[in-house]
Each structure stands twice: as structure tokens, then as C-alpha cells.
Design a protein around this ligand. Sequence first.
Ligand code: SF4
Length: 476
Amino acid sequence: MAEIVFAPLQMGFSAWRDVARDCLAAGLEPSRVEWGAPQGLFSAFGVPKPEAPAPMPTVPRRFMQVARRVAHHRDDRRASTLYRVLWRLTHGEPRLLESAADPDVVELRTLDAQVRRSAHKTKAFVRFRKVEAEDGEHFVAWIQPDHPVLPLLGEFFAERFSDMRWSILSPDASLHYDGKSWSLGPGRPRSAAPTHDELEALWKTYYRAIFNPARVMVKAMTSEMPKRHWHTLPETSEIPGLLADSARRVDAMLAMPSAPEGPTAHALVSELDDLASLHEALSSCRGCELHEAATAPVPGRGSPHAPIVLVGEQPGDLEDRAGRPFVGPAGRELAQALEAAGLSHDEVYLTNAVKHFSYAPSGKRRLHSKPRATHIRACRPWLLAELERIRPRVVVCLGATAARALLGVEVRVMRDRGTPRACAWAPHALVTVHPAAALRAKDAGRAAELRAALRSDLARARALARGAPEKEVESS
Ligand code: SF4
């Protein structure tokens, strides 16, 4: 009987790939390779080293993508599963991955899904705390992922938080970003990270705002937000109080005179993972009466990775008919302002605080009617869900409705415009004038002033998003 060889088992893709390549070059069938530390008498049988480095055989790109993730699964069987699939792909079964019922493929997919879920949770549950270091601000987060996925997320976090210096620590590994590039370091204990800072209050406010007492499902909550993450999430200290108060709040909601018939925004958004699903589900919303008279809801548009989200008030007449935001006169005004500020379409995602057109009929015309506070409140979960999925670097509130929807009623556009502030959905939030304001200005001088304000605030948003100096903008 052919002897068993022991292959070193290490975490990460390149470590596994180097050994797997040698095993393949030596013609070792998967049943002859034991992944792990050699034991006792068998310690002599290591993987034979080829004289020259063996090339990695050609395999489907999909396998390589999956293998890069699966190599970060905590379970030791990751290495043997990957090797079995690799062996079969290179020994007469190049289309193996298409066999969805094959046990090896099923196992590979299961491991991959678990790693992807862990990466998704890690992205969602990182909460930075500010540390004042000698050389300035540094942000530190500590997290305990199910699988050691931090090395997979360096690029993601570097792109998302490119305008600050940060470290993400975990028991397995740590990620560091110095403002230019990211690097990987050893694991760190929880005691290495701070536990409190002033950003906590923002998270708590945000969580209280999105908590829906009518949809309390403790089991689902603990599955989506596993308890082991709670100690790193500032908002979880709010959960016991919110749960205790949920029955009273549900009674109060039921007693309200005009509870909407049909699914509300709150009820719909919590099940949805990505922007495309959110956009699709929007047409089912019956969260307020605006859907009754409007043509259709108008979802946001733009890249799901846009660093800047621009939030307007509501769709206008043309947007309502086209089903796209900012396609009317205000949209043209905004497009010119974006161009003047040096922003490309790829860099922005456009949406509104209220998704259905609010209007008053006047003969054949439909005249814009400002959405009421109840509409803004009812529609807010859609906006928050968009921001949660995009996680931009800058949110720009175009006008008072957007500012109130996100930053509270105390905001005054002309007083507060252009001054960056932190918010729970982005490192920077800016308030500026709505592009329609210039169109409604009483004279040309006022219109030019408002236009200049919008352009310079967008230039500031651009600088914040890129971490670059502000660009001069033309004022007309
Ligand atoms: S305006 Fe918003 S809350 Fe009201 S029905 Fe439309 S999508 Fe739902």
C-alpha cells in the first residue's frame, strides 16, 4: 500500500497553494495526503520537494476565487477539500464545479458560504474608536470573526476608510492602514483596543432610530448579530431597554389612527441584502399614502460603491414618469454643479429622502408639494438601508428635507451648509442647498449665489471623499 504523506497545514491561500502544487507535481492522490502536523512513526513522510518549483496547473478562475476564500476557513478540512477538488479538476474533470450535487463541490460551496458570511459580518460589525496618539488621530477597532478573514478584507477597508489612519485587531490577525497602504500584522487581544469614545453616542442614536418594536424576533436578532459581537458594538447596550419597551411601543403604534395598510418600509428593508433587492422591493411599499397617486417609486441610482451619496428631497414630475431621480431641470442643475466640482458620475449615488412623488393636482399639471414629516419618517428606512449597503465616505444632504431626514430637525441649511460633521452612516456628512433652489430664486443674483454655494459644497465633498485638497470651482 502506498504510504501516506503529511502536508503542512497553514492558514491562507498561498501557504496552501505552495504545498498543493508540490503534492500535484509528486502525483499524490488526495487519499494519500494527510493535512496536518506529522505524528509519531509517520513523521518521516513529508511532501517530496520537486527540484524546480512546480507550476500551478491551469484551473478554472472560479476555483481560484473560491480557494482564496476557503483557505481562510477555520476548520482544518479546508485544505483537504480544496486539494480533492483541485486534483479532480486537473485529472479529467475540468467541469467539476458545474456539478452542483457532487459531494466535494457541495462541501467546497458550504465552506465558501461560511467564509463569505463571516467576511460580511466583519464588514458590518467593525466599530472604530478614536485614539489620540502623539502623531494625531488613530482609529482602532477590535473584532472576533468566526473565521480568520481579515487578510481578505484589507482592500475593502482601505478603500472604505481611506481618509483616516486605523487598525482593526482580531485574535487571529490585525489590519493596519497608515493613510496610504494597508498591512497585515499578528493577532491582538481585545485588551489592546479602546472600549469607549464619543462616536458611541452616534451609533446608539442610529440603532434606536432603526429599531422596530413590531418586528422583534430575538432569535433572528441574535443570529444576525451574534452575541459574541455585542461587546464591541456600542449600540447593543440599547437592546435590553428597547426589548423591554417594545410591547408598549407596539400598543402605541396600533393605537395610531392611520396605520398604513400593506407592507411598510421598515418591514420590507430588513430582509434585503443588496441595493438591487432594495430597488426591486420598493414598489411593494405601502408605508404612506404617497404611493396611491404617484406613478411608481423612484429608487436611487449610481454605483453601489460610490464614495459620495447625494440625498435630495423627493422625485419631481419628470422623475416620477421616468422612474429615475434627478432627470428634470433640478437634475440638469445638479449635473452642471457636479461637473464644476470635478465629480464624475461613478463617484456619486443619487437618491431622495422620500421615494414617491408628492404633488397637488392643478388642472392637468401636478405641482410639487413638500413631503410632510410623516412621509419622511415612513420613508426613512429606505434611505438608511441604501446608506448602510453603500457605506459612503461622504453623505451630502441637498436641502432641508434630506438634512432633517438624516441629521435631525435642528439643522438649518444656510447656517450649517458646507461644514462637515460625522454621522452614523459615513465619516462625513455635509448639508448644502438643493439644486432646485437656484431655479426658484427670485432674481439672477440670488440664483448665482445659490449655485456657487452648491458647487463649492460639492467640491468640499469631493475633497473629503478623496482625501485631497479642495478644487477651485467656477461660480457661474
Ligand atoms: S413614499 Fe416611501 S414610505 Fe411612502 S409608500 Fe413610497 S416608498 Fe413607502
